[in-house]
Design a protein around this ligand. Sequence first.
Ligand code: 5GP
Ligand code: ZN
Length: 135
Amino acid sequence: MDCIFCKIANGEIPSATLYEDENFRVVLDIGPASVGHTLILPKKHYEDVYELPDELAANAFCLAKRTANALKRGLHPEGLNILQNNGSMAGQTVFHFHIHLIPRYREDQIALSWEPGVLEESDKKKIIKKVREQF
Ligand code: 5GP
Ligand code: ZN
């Protein structure tokens, strides 16, 4: 399989690496949204969040927390978004699971907001009925 993030995560392609362990590589995004935009890549290939084994998912978020703290201490952003896209409709362009850490700075021009809708009572009931039984 020809996956760019498999190659980066496993060191076959050089990358701006901030951290590496047995299961993950943490690299700077090549097309950063802001200074310090970072990606957490598992070394094993999983397409998206749905495929992740539980233990890897837990470790990935733990590492996201550590990375957030490292970025905060090193770069002093005024905020930080943790973002993870699944499916092209959600903006996923590389189909190897990854977590974005996007440090935020005053006037950085990044738009991650939406117009809030209203959670209608009838929708709420339908959604709960459909989803609860899927856990
Ligand atoms: P997605 O849209 O799939 O959530 O995010 C893919 C991210 O990977 C984008 O932010 C893009 O800039 C980044 N990216 C794509 N190719 C490369 C690459 O070769 N190296 C690095 N470091 N980042 C990449
Ligand atoms: Zn891959």
